[in-house]
Design a protein around this ligand. Sequence first.
Ligand SMILES: Nc1ncnc2c1ncn2[C@@H]1O[C@H](COP(=O)(O)OP(=O)(O)O)[C@@H](O)[C@H]1O
Ligand SMILES: O=P(O)(O)OC[C@H]1O[C@](O)(COP(=O)(O)O)[C@@H](O)[C@@H]1O
Ligand SMILES: [Mg+2]
Length: 332
Amino acid sequence: MAANKEIKTIGVLTSGGDAPGMNAAIRAVVRRGLSRGINMKGVLKGYNGLLNEEIIDLTAVDVSDTIQRGGTILYTARCAEFRTEEGQRRGAEVCKKHGIDGLVVIGGDGSFAGAQKLANLGINAVGVPGTIDLDIACTEYTIGFDTAVNTAMEAIDKVRDTSTSHERVSIIEVMGRNAGYLALWCGIANGAEDVLLPEKYDYDEQQIINNIIDNRKKGKKHHIIINAEGIGHSEAMAKRIEAATGIETRATILGHMQRGGSPTCKDRVYASIMGAKAVDVLLEGKTKRVIGYKNGEYVDFDINEALAMKKTIPDYQYEISYSLSHNYSKNV
Ligand SMILES: Nc1ncnc2c1ncn2[C@@H]1O[C@H](COP(=O)(O)OP(=O)(O)O)[C@@H](O)[C@H]1O
Ligand SMILES: O=P(O)(O)OC[C@H]1O[C@](O)(COP(=O)(O)O)[C@@H](O)[C@@H]1O
Ligand SMILES: [Mg+2]
């Protein structure tokens, strides 16, 4: 495959919340590009670094010894200025000034919206899904989710040990301001009695209290509530539940530990393939694309179509999470 004549230089940046596997994706973009004779540049600190022209040359050695590391060697940021038309216009100008013919944006739904704006201004931006939230509609997988959900699951197992010993109720808050996938998966994987998702929770706390009292009467020694960050207020919830049930209740907020750590095999492999594919898509001459994983295949979509897609929590999975946790015979 000969490289597309149009493209001499490709830039890569990471944006939004970091996600384990972003380094594997950067490495793949850089190595794939270099192997096709392309100059590779790294834009530091997401769209912030783009606006500040924090742009470096990247060689194969620069991405050595990174595939196993959490975080992102290019750093990341959230950039309010890039949400403005003026910021986006300047971002496009900076790309042109530095000869960036194609830009790979590794990030979540917000970062893709930024990439779409750059694409509309003539910068060929390609999105690679990197977020622990799993909330990008065009893809069944987002880089970082597997590591984060395993980190959260293991932490919740540990809380459960002490919670059961003390016969307490535990509210464990997991990340996800707008997305409940981490919470849902932990709910199923940890056998939680209640799972509160931003997309689903009806704020009927009395129902949770009734569940706790009911389960105690049946002999259950613990009650694990997974609460997504988007619902939040776990400490206050714990106080209210303790007052209403008379059962000691503790809140644990897992926080940013869920975003760190060495990526799992799944995250390294998906990141490597998606990163390389982003370069291939650019060199095939395609424009305004995002990479996804659908029905067992690595695919690419038009960025506008991808961003118009909607993703919702599957009712069936949510219902199963609830029904299994209330079949307490295996879990008491
Ligand atoms: N609608 C938008 N238009 C332009 N840029 C956006 C838009 N939404 C988000 N961005 C840019 O992408 C950055 C990351 O978005 P954010 O939603 O915080 O994280 P993520 O990409 O991980 O979902 C924002 O800080 C902003 O710079
Ligand atoms: O790091 P911050 O700014 O506290 O952001 C927290 C948010 O980032 C995430 O960890 C990842 O979200 P994004 O991938 O959309 O950036 C969310 O789960 C969480 O709500
Ligand atoms: Mg997001």
